[in-house]
Design a protein around this ligand. Sequence first.
Ligand code: DQA
Length: 143
Amino acid sequence: KRVLVLNGPNLNLLGTREPEIYGSLTLKDVESACRQTGLALDLTIDFRQSNHEGELITWIHDARQSADAIVINPAAYSHTSVAIHDALKAVGLPVVEVHLSNIHQREPFRHHSFVSSVAYGVICGFGVVSYNLALHALAEKLK
Ligand code: DQA
């Protein structure tokens, strides 16, 4: 099975960005962790990042042809994007929403996510482990 792992804006800066919140791992490290977990679970991983809402939406649309499920860290778009909510709903693939940080422990504007209501599940607060847990959950779901 194939899983599209999507990362939203500013996640390309991981490793240098607010390390007290996000840790010192880079997006490359997150990608390696996903690839390793993918190998162990027999999942093919397509790992991407974009700072552009429209590009993320086009990739979500394309997933209809190229993926069986989506893991998404929508980053700041979680809290703003009705368009990403609509795209995920339209495509209808199982979605797991992930966040590195525990968004509920942070500023009130991070407590609501437009993506959560269209997700099969939501995992936050475990750093890179959030992604690994999401892949494990999807491997079970896709069995
Ligand atoms: C984040 C949390 C969001 O609130 C924030 O805008 C991000 C990263 C996380 O992974 O913890 O960019 O999605």
